[in-house]
Design a protein around this ligand. Sequence first.
Ligand SMILES: Nc1ncnc2c1ncn2[C@@H]1O[C@H](COP(=O)(O)OP(=O)(O)OP(=O)(O)O)[C@@H](O)[C@H]1O
Ligand SMILES: [Mg+2]
Length: 696
Amino acid sequence: MGIEEIVKNANGFSDFNPMQQKALKKDLFNKSIVVSSPTASGKTILAELSALNSILNNRKKVVYTCPLRALASEHFNDFKKKYSASLQIRAAISIGDFDSSSSYLKNYDIIYSTYEKLESLIRHRADWLQGIGVLIVDEIHSLGTDRGSTLEMVITKLRFFNKNLQVLGLSATIPNSKEIASWLNADLVESDFRPVKLVEGVFLEGTIDFGKRKEKIESKSDDIEALAADTLARGKQALIFANTRKRSEGIAKRLASLTSRQLTESEKKELEKASEKALNVLEQPTEQCRSIAALIKNGVCFHNAGLMQKQREVIEELFKKNHLKFISSTTTLAAGINLPAYRVVIPSPYRYSGFGMEKLPVSEFKQMCGRAGRPAFDSEGEAILIAKTDFEKDDYFDYFINGKIENIDSRLGIESNLRFHLLAAISSGFIFDLDSAEKFFSATFYAKQFGNLSELFRKITTILQELEEMGFVHSSEKRIDVTPIGRRVVELYLDPVSAYEITEGLRKNKFNDLSYLFLISNTSEFYPLLSVSRSRQAELWERLQQEKHLLPINVELEMFSDYNLLSKYHTSLMLKDWIGEVSEQNLVDSFNVQPGILHAKMQRADWLAYAAFELAKLLELKEHLPRLNKMRKRLKSGIKEELIYLCEVRGIGRVRARKLFNAGIKSIAELKKVDLLDLQRLLPPKVALNVKKQIT
Ligand SMILES: Nc1ncnc2c1ncn2[C@@H]1O[C@H](COP(=O)(O)OP(=O)(O)OP(=O)(O)O)[C@@H](O)[C@H]1O
Ligand SMILES: [Mg+2]
């Protein structure tokens, strides 16, 4: 059976769609291709075709890369289910741990990974990368986003290694796809085919205007509710995009009484079960957990970065089963995924930036709309903006619906990006003098777009000097070399400036917990920082003054040059409360940091503490090593030092460990001694049993 038949059978398709046929005609199997086509047009199938051809016919490995872990997982699971067993294809996913070459990956045929993890694999010289046949870049329009420079580097480097590398770039509809294709020496497949018709319209005063037709719906005092009720009446589901986390929660709450009336008995039962699951992801539920659980029971929920990963999964699953009728989400659900939303509703296409409210980019708007009407679930779809006035309605039509999608522009010229990637390119040997630098950067998308590199080289000269002053490179007339510490900075995936600040900080004398925590909050990796409300500023400044001797920076100097100083201090205080065992709910109340955000921040903090440990080791700053080691464990579990050992037992987190400790069980030895029945008085019976099993 040929590859095309295999893919059709595995997916149960009778035929390829016009976009896919176009790509097949363009020699998808032998050439680099860039596809620019609408959402839901079936680009993933092209990835499957190309991957299988490379693995089965050419015996070459494939790497699939995309911007989101969740997206990588979805595609990985899907691919595995369809092809792994039947064709004996070994598929792996690699999305974590940035300081590892993950050498086991060489045993796999297809590796799913995020842009960042792939860059980190290159930095660790994963040599199997040199022999891959196809690089599949999903959402290649990400070149123009904040993470774009990393993607640009990944592509440039892999093509540098391997002149015959085939690239399959999958992009949303963008105006300059030709430019991207030309950069990659690829054929361009452009298509406006969307298997499911998607109409975009604006809702105002009870009427949805789709341009060609208008639809009146039953009005209610609240626009979102009116659209939701109408969706339910058609037996459909909707995704509502809110522009803040708070609003996403508010919208779900507003819709709860509407959905709860529509649930069948069996739906209620399912929702009840799932609600329990979502409630108990932490040892001690926060108000947000309770709110999520209550909403789920009512057949609606919100979805944003403040939720724990498990809760998000529960919610997505319930929506797919049509048990939840609506999800109100921030952009966490805006790209790439397949959900059964007949409607997408966008109540306000604005977003906060540092300077007030601004319009969403048109491209992002189109991505959101594209979540509606997915072929696996619906035969049509609607995306609806809500306007308040006629003026706004006209503006939405002009700007968003009929507006021009933005060009994708290289982000490599931004100084911080350039610094980060220049050091890495020197460390990996792509660059060793100015000629090689020119050769390397000539192969970038930046060079394609700007034609000449003079502006870039002006910046590079300054950056090289900085890197030399920081001790990360060593350059002479003839050569540019990385220093051992510079090389480690690259492997640790650190911004050189952060690494420098960390090493300088570690050299200071006075160090306590706060000093380490500030060291972490003071890095660009830890952005965004927690904001400080105006009412707390005076008090915080005062406290900062009192503790300034503990901060591993020159506070007098930074007070005038670093306008983030107070937020950094505030953020370190949050970390300090976390390792002081302040409850998650209290952290929400005093720092406005939701469990999901807290969790993500702690993963970051752990990585930065690890990086600080590694740098201290290299610099022989030995006194920091045991302390940083403990700090990592404390950050991971949110505990005081005395609970470290108890928390190493699976099933015991900060709350349970504290309970045991207070009951006099302070060590593993004591945990071993106590009998099961007594332990079950302190811990949930099942947990107690598992704990006993682990330690005996
Ligand atoms: N030839 C086909 N026949 C029937 N269904 C198809 C065909 N090709 C793809 N599909 C279905 O279309 C849906 C959308 O496909 P996919 O997720 O690949 O879209 P996409 O182009 O990647 O969209 P996005 O830009 O939103 O990521 C999937 O459910 C897929 O199974
Ligand atoms: Mg896709």
